[in-house]
Every structure is written in C-alpha cells, then in structure tokens.
Design a protein around this ligand. Sequence first.
Ligand SMILES: *[C@@H]1O[C@H](CO)[C@@H](O)[C@H](O)[C@H]1NC(C)=O
Length: 473
Amino acid sequence: MAITEDVFLFLCILSSACALYKQWVSDTNFENATNWDKDLVPCGSDQVEFPEQTKVAVYVGAAHALSGMILPMDGEFILASRAGFSITEGHDPACGEGVITQFKDHNSLKWFDPALWKAAASLDDLHRGSYLFFVHEESVPCQHDDAVFRDASSFRVDISANGGSVLVKSVSILGQTFSNNFDFSHYMASSLGKLQFHGSSSLRVDGSACNDPTGCPCGNSANRDWICANIECSQLDCKKPLHPVGHCCDVCGAIVTIQFSANFNLESYRQHMQNLFLSLPNYRSLQMALSKVSKTHRLLGVIPYETTHEIQVVLQDQNAGPASGMLAEALAREVLKDASAHGSELGIDRAEFHASSGASSSDVSAAIAGNVAAGVLGTLAVLAFIVLMVVLHRRGRLSMPHLPSLRRRRKDGEIGEPGGPIDHGFDNPMFEKTNMIPDVPGLYGVESLNTITLTQSGVHFINPVYDETDFSA
Ligand SMILES: *[C@@H]1O[C@H](CO)[C@@H](O)[C@H](O)[C@H]1NC(C)=O
C-alpha cells in the first residue's frame, strides 16, 4: 500500500495534476435494504411495488424470487449477468409471511448535498474507505474533480443549480468514465441518463484537470445556497467560533492560513500533514480540510478591489464542552512551527492561525505596529474632520445637530450618568479634555476665521496641530 501511495504522489508531482475523486454514496440497487420501505430486501413470499410515478433505474445484482411485482410507469432494470426475477408459487418457507414492500422514492436526493459524497485522493482510497474531509462547498464535486458513481450500482440525483449547468472533470457510471462532453451529453439524453439525472440544470464534463500544483479553487461558491440548504449546523461550545471559507457552519477548532510560493504543492502538503501529524495517535480524531480558497479584499470593507488565493487548513476535533477545539489548536501551533522551520522547502511564505479559543498566531510585533499605525492615522483623520467641521460651522456653512439629546439616551444603559463617576466613555485626551490641550490659537476660537486667507497664489492656512504650512509652495 505504501508503494502505491508513493507512486501516486510521484505521479501527482510529476504531472502536476492529480484529481480528487468524489463518490456518490447513495444507490438505487435492488439488493440494498435501505431502498425498501421495510428496510429489508424483498424475498420469496413478498410482493414488490414501485409507486406509479416513480422514475428510477434499478440495478439488480442477483436472481430474486418474488410472489409478484407492480412496475412504475417509467423505469428500468439494469440486470447484472445471472440477475433476474422469478415468481414463487405459494409460500416460501424461508421468508415467512409475505408482505407488500415498496421501493423508496429517490427524487429528493440532491447533487449539492455534501452528506451524499465521499472524497478521496485516488480510486484506491475510495475502495479502501480512506476518505478526505472537506469544507461543505468542496465535499461535493468541484470543477476539476472526478465524480464517481459506484460500479455495479445505479442512482437518481437532482442536479438543480444556479445557472444552466454543473461542470466537473469527469463522471464515472457503471464502470465507464466520461471525460468528453460529446459522449456524456449523449448518455445524458438516453433514457437511462434521464432516469439517473433530473433537475433544472444539466451536468457537463470537460476533462480538464487542475494544472496548477499549488491547487485550484473548487468553483462551487456560486452554488453555495444550494449546498448550504442541505446543512443543519450544530450547537457550538467554543468561545469564538471560526468561519472557514466555503463552509456553511461556524466551527470550533483552528484555521491555519498559508501564503504560498510557486513551489508549493497542495497534494504533497496534504501527504506531508498526513504523515507528520494526522497519523499520530493523539491526532487521530482530528479532521483536516485543506484547500486553496479565494479571498476578496475590500476597500473600507465594502468595495472589492483585489482577489487573492491562499491555502486554508481547517482543523476540527471531536471534543465537546470547554475542551472543544483545543486539540485542533495544539495542532495548529505545530503546523506553524513546521511551516517556519521548513517554509522554503514546502513553498510556504507565511502562515498564521486563528483558534476558536480566541488565540491566534503570535505575529505580535507586526500586528502591534499595524494597529499603532492605523490608530495614528485614524486619530489624524478624525482631528482633521473636526477642524473642518469647526471651520465650516464658524463660517455658517454647516449647522450642527443637537448632540445633548444623543447623549441622554445612554441613561438607559448601565453606564450611569453622563459624566458621572462610572462614565469612562472614551477618555481620549486629545478630544474630551480640551483643557489639557495647550492653548492653540484658532482651534476653537473665532480666530480660526483669520487663519485661512485667500491670496492670488493660493490658499494659506494655519493648521493648529502643526506648524504653519504653505500649500501653495
Ligand atoms: C445502501 O444505500 C445506502 C444509502 O443510500 C448507502 O449509504 C449504502 O452504502 C448502500 N449499501 C451498499 C452495500 O452499497
């Protein structure tokens, strides 16, 4: 097994394109007990009934004796070799009293339901049950993934989505893989295709793998609403739940964000994390969702001006109560240590983490410097604004709203009387305590009018905060 994994990884790095496989878990197989209303596969004395309106293609893997069968208007049986039906005469002693058993309806199963897919890095892993964990948007097939419907099984899936079509790299059905849309659209138009896929959109394949070794964004965010409609979020125990990109729910745990360089390889990093950390006994219960995500940067938090990509590592543990997320946080710290020790080999420029306990990576110096700079800038901006307001007000260009009525509202809260003993509201010496500001001529006085003069060369004014400035210079 170790050899196949290494070979796979090698191929991945070599071809710089290794797909992920997402396998549909449900089926419409005759032999699957969960498909019958009595949760039992019908046997000899039973009468089988398909509701009249059922549209389904049922895979039959073996020979069955039944006492009778009522067929739907529109349906198909896919018979494996040696599969078929025969009618039992009278009673089958092995089955007891015969019952009428109905095939369950599969119309409500959605392509975009994350619970209906299992993900793996290879077909081998799918067969072995060695699955990968992903955020909700990536639990369903992404644009460069292979969507797999198990061999020897049939299914029915609703592919309604935003927009006309859903795109994946390839689709495997009954052992046949479609990666060319001409062939696949042919299949979709067949009667079997129409019984297996229904809904308002169509499914397309284009055979294009992710050719970027640093990873490709999933491309499912346009269908986020369809995906999250299937998800019910659970109650969380942690202090500061985190919001992973692409996930429908907040989580307890930790998120490591990685700025990567050109030699980063997403799949080998996944292996690296697996071998170094997740296979350790104390981290066995952890779930890791690793993916490349898009981040939109916004001016003043509103206007988008740039989209960048980063690697998101979501770490979640199974702990509940106060310990919830603590194991994940411990691993996040180790991941950061590993990233700073081996960053250049791994292709990691920078990494940081946030945990649901409120802790985050101790990039303290940079963070503090940033905060101070922002604080100074903010103060200057506020000051400039106040000066402008005062000037305009003095000139009669601006009428001030009545501030006292605003302040009185605070009585309702627990802050106490405005200006009372417990009123600590904003003790900024630069604003409130005017008496602490050295006598600056013109800041509040009438003289402010005189400090702005219009001359032929331009506007001169004295900024009370600084020295005399001449902007016409
Ligand atoms: C039977 O169907 C259920 C639900 O659709 C699925 O989870 C399960 O894997 C199927 N069982 C087998 C043996 O394929």
